[in-house]
Design a protein. Sequence first.
Lengths: 654, 198
Amino acid sequence: MKKGLISTSFLCLLVLCLSVPTVCFANETAKAQTNQKLLGDESDGSRAASIHLIPLFFENEDGEKGGKISPDDDPLLPFSTRWTCGDCHSYGIISKGWHFNANDPNVVPGRSGQPWILTDARTGTQIPLSYRPWPGTFKPEQVGLTAREFTLHFGIHTPGGGAGEVETQDPDEIMRSYISGKLEINCLSCHNADPGQDQSSSTGYAVQIVRENFRWAAAASCEFATVKGSAKSMPETYDPFMPEPLEHPKRLPPTITYRKTAFEKDNNVSFNIVREVPDHRCYFCHSNLYMEKEDTEKWSSDEDIHLTAGLKCVDCHRNGVEHNIIRGYDEEAGITQNPLAATSSCEGCHLPEGEEEPKAGRLGAPIPTHIGIPTIHFEKLTCTACHSGPWPGEKTMLTKTSRAHRLGTIGVNKSHEALPHIIAPVFAKQGGIGAAYMGRLLVLEGGKIAPHKLIWPAFWGTLKDQNVSPIDFEVVEQTVGTVFANEKLPASGDWPALSAEHITKALNSLKGAVEGEPVYVSGGKLYNLDDSGKLHQEEDPAAQPYLWPIGHNVRPAAQSLGVRYCTDCHATDAPFFFGDVTVDSPIVAGREAKRMIEFQDINPFYAWAFAFSFVFRPMMKYICLGSCAVLGLVLLLYALKALTCVVKVLAGEN
Amino acid sequence: MYQTISIIAILITLVGIALHRIASPSRKKRQRKSAKKSIVGVLRILVYLLALLCFVVLAVTGFYPTLVLGEHISGYLLMIHATFAPILAVCLAVLAVMWASRCRLSYSDWPGFQRFVQRVTLVKSSVNKTPHNSSGLGQKLTFWLIIFLALPLILSIILSMFTLFGTYWQELLLGTHRYTALAFAMVVIVHTYLVIRT
């Protein structure tokens, strides 16, 4: 009995000893597989373009890698970038890149950037949204937008991924998400150099998103595929993997056709993929149009000086395989720990440091001399303050951006007044840079003055414990939208002309529909009804404008602020300090102007007095130089007298 | 760095003056002759007093942000500084013209100078200890030092206002202005002490 017990224990011990290294080995193998670099993750050093003659793979109904696509497949499915491109490039790593990680709460938000703007003229709404915790923006959930709805609204100007790949938890959306699929990262949006890459035509990427054809969007954008039909019009029982004839013959299910000649030997397809993204691909989402003059055509204004000099966007906005693209602001190197950040900012190229390397600017960047500029300017201003964006005028101007105004897509409103109203350039003190500190988000304030774009939030909200939160946009449409249904909307896409009566009516309509006190925020003011039912307005922090810095277009030194004289900025009427910033609001009475200096945290009288002192500055210079001349002459005179004495002594005369 | 150097330098100056005051207390005040002052004499004193006032304002506005707040001069202090600076420059030019002749170093200053050198180098000499006015020599030396230091002090900041120099030279000129201002302030304090003493 005892012998048996000993032998059993021995056997158990033996099994345990053998199993431990086996388990450890298995773990190591799995780890090695996870960390294993794929073919395209690391360059072998060749700068030549890589040939992409590759098979296409679709994603199956379980979200796994499906089979290789052949033009004779039935049903013919769109290729999946996750499984096609992901064969050689780590999709999981790339999906953590800046363009795709907005909804990851662990990502350091850094400097405030351009928000997504939910706009509706009918309800007087323009509200900045962002998944990133940039102060002044609201989370899409706060206005009732699910990730799927967010993708539908704004996915057109994204390269996919992010919110487009979030698994929905909403039971109402599960079936629709199954039909439309995920909006995978569209690698082709940036990296396809073929002229046929279609982001915006009637069958291109943008239209596929509007039609909820998320699964088909990336494939539809490439030069050899065409997508027809719409997932949006499909019944919830529709299965794209086993499509059956529909009861409604007019409803066309999403279908893809590939150009037969695109398939080569073994059904491989050739892509014109480039490592360095062409500028025009960036421009689809990152174009700006400043309404400074009537003629806003491309040929009437210059491009960024760097592009004119022959550089590409990605020469500065670099990234590695992790796609953590450099944004290029001063503080980025300290905040993001991105090794490329320090050398890719303005200073990184134009003011290189270190003795080990030649002291010349990277990429041929000239080292600025800044002749006659007191160094205090470099402490108070960003480089962009003098070198970027439009030249400041007496009044700010309306600005359009690709992402806010859907520039480059079909049927875009070309009117200057089309909503949302983005105002630029506003020279404001930069703040709200989000940095990670001890596991928490730290918002850095009190930065330098930089040119910004600005938006005055206009939205319907509720006031609870002095906090304003926006109301679900669907509720707003149903209540306020109904109240304003008969209001005439301008054809230009501008705000309707609202009055205090309109707001009072709308607030009354919201009273029963929402919990808490309904309020309207617009033009820097908060509107609510007092106890007697009269409209009351006051300035409120929730109504403060949201600003984000302008990076481009960079102007050359010869066109920088201050190039003529100090009075470019230091004059009593200089727009830099005293220009008017338009206060935008659908309420006609709320449309006024603020002065630029109110955004700079500078005492207006001081700025005026300082500017006024420049009237006397030339006089002061010449008085001081004259005094120096007298002092110098007196010194010279007595020095010569002293020399006479010395000469006399040496000559023995005295 | 500049903050530390400035504090040490100003402390040394003040301690030096205090020690000097203890070591060689001023003699009984001589009865001043009630001679009638000429207009030029009155003007000389007025200009001197105005220069002293400007110096005080400039020293306070210049050193306060640097030494107390640890930051560069800016805001209203900068405006006051820039307003009083040209007045001081003009006063210095006027004083240079008016006082230069009186402050010439003459043969009568030689023994005092020798004694000063002996004190500094601790070398004994057989030079007769003839009585002389050491404060007078000090005043003359500090006067010439003030005139001499005023040149780089003013030029360093005025030249930086012209579109002549880039960032590197701007920093160099600003540094020159700050350190010259420190030296200038020390010399003015000593000079004022010597004037008051006599």
